[in-house]
Design a protein around this ligand. Structure first.
Ligand SMILES: *[C@@H]1O[C@H](CO)[C@@H](O)[C@H](O)[C@H]1NC(C)=O
Ligand SMILES: *[C@@H]1O[C@H](CO)[C@@H](O)[C@H](O)[C@H]1NC(C)=O
Ligand SMILES: *[C@@H]1O[C@H](CO)[C@@H](O)[C@H](O)[C@H]1NC(C)=O
Ligand SMILES: *[C@@H]1O[C@H](CO)[C@@H](O)[C@H](O)[C@H]1NC(C)=O
Ligand SMILES: *[C@@H]1O[C@H](CO)[C@@H](O)[C@H](O)[C@H]1NC(C)=O
Length: 581
C-alpha cells in the first residue's frame, strides 16, 4: 500500500519535481467507488480544491467525561456547563500537533489558515495536483448518479508518518456525502403511504373521520401547534427569558419566509401576535432572502416548517435562523462543519439547536464523522441541546439506493446529540414507517442507553440478524408527530411529513422547559440523553408501527426504547417534573 501511494505521488507531482519522499502511512481508504457514484476519471490537475485538515484535539476523551459529568442528573456537577475556554482546552490541538502539521504544509509551499472555534482545523485551497502530492492521493471526478452533480474525491490518501498522528481527517477526501444538502424531509411519505397527492392538505388520514376545523385541536387529522399543545401538554403562555434561544440550522438554497410565518401564526396561533418573528445569523455567504420568488414556493417548503414549528410552538422563545452558505460541491457536510464551528465560537451558545439534514453514515469517512461528532460534544458541554432529525428512509437511512444491509444516518448516530424520529396518530401514537433508526457502524452503544438498547435487542430476538450492527449506538432517542403537519408556504397551507417536522417540535418542548429553568435560576438542560434515558417515564412510549426498508419490515416499535421512535414522545408535565420544576 505504501508503495502504491508513492507511485501515485510521483506520478501526479508533475509540477513539484523536488517532492520530498517521507515515509507515508495510509490514513483513510475505501475499497471501491461507493454505490450511487461513478468515476469520470482523474480530476483535472489544475482544478482547485479547498482542503480542510482536522487537527487532533488535545483531549477529546477528557471532554466526553466532562460532558457526561455535567449532563448526568445523578452527578454533583449536573448543569455546571463548561465555558468556551474550558471546552477549547480539550478540543484545541496541542502546540506540537499544530506545529508539525503547519511545518509539513509550509515545506510543501502550502499556506493554511486556522479555523474552528478551538483552532483544530486548518484550511488551504490548492490545485488538485498539489492535493495529490501532499496526500499521496488520486483525486478523481465522481458523479453522484441521482443528482448528476460531480465532485473531486479520492478512494484513499496517506500522510507522512510524522504528521499522521496529528491529523484526524482531511476533507474532501474519502467522504462520499450527498452533493446537495438533503433534508431527511419530504411531503412524500404521507402520499407514498396513503396514495394521496404530494403536499395535499386533504384530510385523507386513515382514521378518515373528520373535518379539519373540528380536529385542529385534537391532532386526529392534521397537525397544528394547537393540537400539539393539547396532545403533549405544551403550554400556550409565552416564555419570558430573553437569554434563552432555539437555533434552527439552514442552508442557502432554502429560505425562511417571514410573510409565510405571519400567515401561519394568523391561521394557527390566533392567541399570539402574528408579527412574532425570528432573527437570522448568516455565515459563508448564507442569506435569508425575503423575496417570494426566491422561496421557490411549493418546492422548498421545508424551512417554513422548521421556523413555523419553533416560533409557533415554543411560544415566546427567541428563535435564531442560522443560515450557512453552501459549497455546491459539498452538500450539507461542509455546512455542518461550519455551523458547529460558528456557534462554538460564540460566547453565548444557543440552548437548543435543531437540524433537519443528514447523510448516510456509510458515505462518511469514519474519522471525519467522529471529528464532527466531537464538535457537537463541545456544544453539549456548554449547555446546548443538539437535536437532529433521524432521517426519512426507514432502515435505509438518509437517501440510499438499493441496500443489502441497513443504513444508518449521520449526524443522527452521533452519541452526543439527540436524534428525533416520527410518529403519527394519537390514540395511541404509532411509529411512522419512514422514521429512520437503527445502529451505528462507527459509534459504539452509549453508556446512557446500554440497558435500553440491550432490552430491545433481547425482545427483538433474531429478527433482522446480520442486517445491522448490534454493538452500535442505537438511534433515534425520542420522537414526535411527523405526518400531515400543516405549514404555510408561498401563502398556501399544505401538509408535510418527515422527521424534519419532529425535530423542531421536540426542540420547542425543550426550549420551553429551558425557559422555566432559566426563570428559576437553574441551568438549561444541555445535552439531553443521559437525562432522557434516566427519565424514560417522562416520555410516552410508542409500541406499534415499524420502519420498513431494504426489503424487510425494518425494526418494530416495542415497549421501551426502540430504533424507530426512541423512548417515545414528549409529555410536557412529566418532562418538567423530571427537570426538577
Ligand atoms: C486547466 O487546464 C486546462 C487544460 O490545459 C485548461 O484548458 C484550463 O483553462 C485550465 N484551467 C485553469 C483554471 O487553469
Ligand atoms: C516550493 O517553492 C520553491 C520556490 O518556488 C521551490 O523551489 C520548491 O520546489 C517548492 N517545493 C515544493 C515541495 O513544491
Ligand atoms: C365534514 O364536513 C362536511 C361538509 O361540511 C359534512 O358534510 C360532513 O358531515 C363532515 N364530516 C364530519 C365527520 O364531521
Ligand atoms: C428549491 O426550489 C428550486 C426552484 O423550484 C428547485 O430548483 C430546487 O431544487 C429546490 N431545492 C430543494 C432542496 O428542494
Ligand atoms: C460495529 O460497530 C462497532 C462500533 O460499535 C464498530 O467498531 C464495528 O466496526 C462495526 N462493525 C462493522 C461490520 O461495521
Amino acid at each position: 500500500m505504501v508503495g502504491a501511494t508513492l507511485v501515485w505521488s510521483s506520478f501526479f507531482s508533475l509540477a513539484a519535481a523536488s517532492y520530498s519522499i517521507r515515509p507515508r502511512v495510509l490514513h483513510s481508504s475505501r475499497s471501491d467507488t461507493p454505490q450511487g457514484f461513478a468515476s469520470l476519471g482523474a480530476a483535472p490537475v489544475n482544478q482547485s480544491i479547498k482542503l480542510r485538515f482536522a487537527i487532533a484535539s488535545k483531549d477529546a476523551p477528557g471532554l466526553e467525561k466532562a460532558l457526561l459529568d455535567v449532563s448526568t442528573p445523578s452527578s454533583s456537577n449536573y448543569g455546571n456547563h463548561l465555558t468556551k475556554d474550558e471546552v477549547n482546552a480539550y478540543l484545541a490541538p496541542s502546540d506540537e500537533a499544530l506545529a508539525a502539521v503547519q511545518s509539513w504544509l509550509t515545506s510543501n509551499n502550502v499556506t493554511a489558515t486556522a479555523s474552528g472555534a478551538s483552532g483544530d482545523w486548518l484550511t488551504a485551497t490548492v490545485p488538485i495536483s498539489k492535493a495529490n502530492d501532499l496526500l499521496g492521493a488520486n483525486y478523481e471526478t465522481f458523479q453522484h448518479l441521482d443528482s448528476g452533480k460531480s465532485y473531486a474525491r479520492t478512494l484513499s490518501y496517506s500522510l507522512p508518518a510524522d504528521v499522521a498522528a496529528h491529523i484526524d481527517a482531511v476533507h474532501p477526501a474519502t467522504s462520499f456525502n450527498h452533493p446537495l444538502s438533503i433534508r431527511p424531509v419530504l411531503s412524500l411519505p404521507q402520499s407514498k403511504k396513503k396514495g394521496g397527492k404530494k403536499g395535499g392538505k386533504k384530510g385523507s388520514n386513515k382514521d378518515g373521520n373528520s373535518n379539519s376545523t373540528s380536529t385542529a385541536d385534537s391532532c386526529a387529522d392534521t397537525i397544528t401547534p394547537t393540537c400539539l399543545q393539547s396532545l403533549y401538554g405544551i403550554p400556550t403562555t409565552a416564555a419570558t427569558e430573553s437569554s434563552n434561544s432555539i437555533a434552527v440550522a439552514g442552508f442557502i438554497e432554502q429560505f425562511a419566509q417571514k410573510a409565510d410565518l405571519q400567515s401561519f401564526l394568523t391561521s394557527f396561533r390566533k392567541d399570539v401576535s402574528s408579527s412574532t418573528t425570528f432573527t437570522t445569523q448568516t455565515l459563508d455567504g448564507g442569506e435569508n432572502t425575503q423575496s417570494p420568488a426566491d422561496a421557490g414556493v411549493e418546492a422548498n417548503v421545508t424551512y417554513q416548517l422548521d421556523i413555523q414549528y419553533t416560533v409557533g410552538v415554543a411560544t415566546g422563545v427567541p428563535v435564531v435562523f442560522v443560515s450557512v452558505g453552501e459549497d455546491d460541491q459539498d452538500g450539507a457536510l461542509g455546512g455542518f462543519l461550519d455551523i458547529v464551528n460558528f456557534l462554538a465560537a460564540e460566547d453565548n451558545v444557543p440552548q437548543v439547536m435543531t437540524t433537519s439534514y443528514g447523510e448516510n453514515e456509510a458515505g462518511m469517512d469514519p474519522a471525519l464523522a467522529v471529528k464532527l461528532c466531537n464538535a457537537y460534544m463541545g456544544l453539549g458541554a456548554r449547555g446546548t441541546s443538539v437535536l437532529f432529525a433521524s432521517g426519512d428512509g426507514g432502515v435505509e437511512g438518509g437517501h440510499s439506493q438499493q441496500c443489502t444491509t441497513f443504513q444508518a444516518a449521520f449526524p443522527a448516530v452521533c452519541p452526543y446529540l439527540t436524534a428525533v424520529g416520527s410518529v403519527h396518530g394519537t390514540s395511541p401514537e404509532i411509529a411512522s414507517d419512514f422514521s429512520s433508526g437503527g445502529f451505528s457502524n462507527v459509534f459504539g452503544v452509549a453508556d446512557y442507553q446500554a440497558d435500553a438498547v440491550a432490552g430491545y435487542l433481547k425482545a427483538l430476538g433474531s429478527t433482522n440478524k446480520g442486517l445491522f450492527n448490534a454493538s452500535g449506538r442505537g438511534y433515534p432517542d425520542v420522537s414526535a408527530q411527523g405526518e400531515n403537519v400543516q405549514i404555510v408556504s408561498g401563502g398556501k397551507t399544505s401538509g408535510v411529513a418527515g422527521t424534519s417536522c419532529s425535530s423542531p417540535i421536540f426542540a420547542s418542548v425543550i426550549g420551553l422547559i429551558n425557559d422555566e429553568l432559566i426563570a428559576a435560576g437553574k441551568s438549561p438542560l444541555g445535552f439531553l440523553n443521559p437525562w432522557l434515558y434516566s427519565n424514560a417515564a417522562a416520555l410516552t412510549d410508542v409500541t406499534s408501527g415499524s420502519n420498513p426498508g431494504c426489503g424487510t419490515d425494518g425494526f418494530p416499535a416495542k415497549e421501551g426504547w426502540d430504533p424507530v421512535t426512541g423512548l417515545g414522545t414528549p409529555n410536557f408535565a412529566a418532562l418538567k417534573a423530571a427537570a426538577g420544576l
